[in-house]
Design a protein around this ligand. Sequence first.
Ligand SMILES: [Zn+2]
Ligand SMILES: [Zn+2]
Length: 246
Amino acid sequence: MSQQQQMTEGGPRPETSRGHYILEVLGIAAFFVLALFIAVDIYHGMANFGYLWLLPLLVLLAYLAADLISGIVHFLADNFGSPEMPVIGPGFISGFREHHVDPAGIVTHDFVDTNGNNCLVSLPFLLLVWIAVPIETTVGGYLFAAFSLLLCFAVFLTNQFHKWAHMQDPPSTVAWLQRRGVILSREHHNVHHASPYDTYYCITVGFWNPLLDRTRFFERTERLLRSIIPGTDPRLRVEREGSLND
Ligand SMILES: [Zn+2]
Ligand SMILES: [Zn+2]
């Protein structure tokens, strides 16, 4: 992307079509409406079942689950499919690919472009929880819904944390959280943006990254997927291309 094409803070990124930007705005609105509906049901469930003391544990589990999900989704989008694929190509995969061409570009994305896609991918799951889970009438449904809502909020925050990890001079509270390892830090995420760009995919806080790197989880998963998906080149992306930036 040329310097001239880069946008300043406050507008959609140039690669986002107007249609997708509107979809992102609607996705964010629908995310919060659905979250509110589920929260009301959880509140009623709380009156029936209690278990408020479980909340810190649910927050921790949901946060770590979001970190792991962020890694898996990011890994898939960096290595499989193409920006030309229908539906998820232009709106989803292209964002991950462009991010490796222009890593600093993310700091110019506005609130909608930063967080819209994560809201959109959470919507089917939130809708299912709201429609199908017996939140007010069963303990299991109540706890599962509470975990699911916290998980979706952590997913919602993930790309915001990712954007902050790319900022040279983030807000002081953000920098404090980064220094204490509560959210993704710049130093930690830099490992992913160093050649060969094939590790440290988790971008909420990065808790799982050292373990997944040591066990070569993503390398093994990529090899496995390439061996079972018909028509896929059996070589790893780094073996084929060297790196995402080549
Ligand atoms: Zn990446
Ligand atoms: Zn990044």
